[in-house]
Design a protein around this ligand. Structure first.
Ligand code: AAT
Length: 286
């Protein structure tokens, strides 16, 4: 094994994993919920790791944060009030705050330490916490959801994988709470795993989402530092007339520049719902 390389280690992906060359360990402490590491690396800039799993790297975080934010925001006619669950690095808040229709953002992150560490070591994402539109709560997303009804236009669940504190955020009960926390015609978008490693997880979450929402689909994004270089999202809408690959907010190249978008575009939005054949066939059973 090479020296100074960090290797992602998780029971979810046995038999093959991603490694990254570390220049310096900037932080390494357990919080009340998970072990937190921040590395500076030779190729991917600063990296946030929770319980041995890469959450984001400076080089490619924008792909994930833009997609999980703009896919649902651009499918909702008037996404004024948005809830973010998780997202303790601030990157999703940074993206959501850019959408011209968004007036109010509420965020619920379970781990205060992740927020603190991100503010210190990952300011390029933690700028999201400076938005005047944002109200930040430190508590469990599942519990928060149980106490909020008919409040939000869009709910984004930017959660870690279903092995640590996020395990409840992948259950059907959570999707029932999400549905009840939405206003009429509301939309949700949740981190939903990769098709190469977790096709059964993807189909399970999609099934749950289809059970609870008028319409549901899985969308695809390329993120090199997530397992297998890919991640996806389930999107559920209470509006039965939504057409997932037809965003209602269309951005010009000028808009993309002004909003500093580097991955999301109206064309990428349309393409994200086009799935590889083996995935399409597997998800057809859902
Ligand atoms: N922005 C991309 C990074 C993440 S962060 C996931 C966040 O979810 C973490 O800050 C974690 O503390 C928070 N979290 C976990 N469980 C809960 C919970 N129950 N309530 C609120 N917040 C929670 C996502 C990385 C995806 C990794 C893919 N392999």
């Amino acid at each position: 094994l090479k020296k100074n390389w960090f290797t992602e280690d998780c029971e979810m992906w046995p038999g093959g994993t991603f490694s990254i060359e570390v220049k310096e360990v900037l932080y390494s402490e357990p919080s009340a919920y998970q072990k937190i590491n921040v590395f500076d690396t030779t190729k991917f800039g600063k990296v946030l790791v929770l319980d041995g799993i890469i959450q984001c790297t400076e080089k490619d975080e924008f792909a994930y944060q833009e997609m999980i934010s703009f896919l649902p925001l651009c499918l909702h006619k008037n996404p004024e009030k948005v809830l973010i669950v998780g997202g303790g690095d601030g990157g999703v808040a940074r993206e959501v705050a850019k959408h011209p229709k968004v007036k109010e953002i509420v965020q619920v992150e379970i781990d205060e330490k992740v927020i603190e560490v991100s503010k210190k070591y990952l300011p390029f994402m933690a700028v999201g916490f400076d938005s005047p539109k944002l109200k930040l709560h430190v508590c469990d997303g599942f519990e928060f959801m149980a106490n909020h009804k008919h409040e939000f236009d869009v709910i984004i669940t930017d959660s870690s994988d279903p092995v640590g504190p996020a395990v409840n955020l992948f259950r059907e009960n959570y999707f029932i709470l999400l549905k009840n926390a939405l206003k009429p015609n509301g939309i949700i978008c949740s981190q939903a795993g990769t098709v190469w490693n977790d096709l059964d997880l993807v189909s399970n979450i999609l099934q749950i989402c289809k059970n609870q929402f008028a319409k549901a689909a899985y969308a695809y994004a390329s993120v090199p530092t997530y397992p297998s270089g890919q991640i996806g999202f389930v999107i559920g809408s209470l509006d039965k007339d939504v057409v997932f690959d037809k965003p209602v907010h269309v951005f010009t190249e000028e808009d993309e520049k002004e909003m500093k978008l580097r991955y999301y575009s109206t064309d990428i939005h349309k393409a994200a719902f086009v799935l590889p054949t083996f995935v399409k066939q597997h998800l057809r059973k859902v």
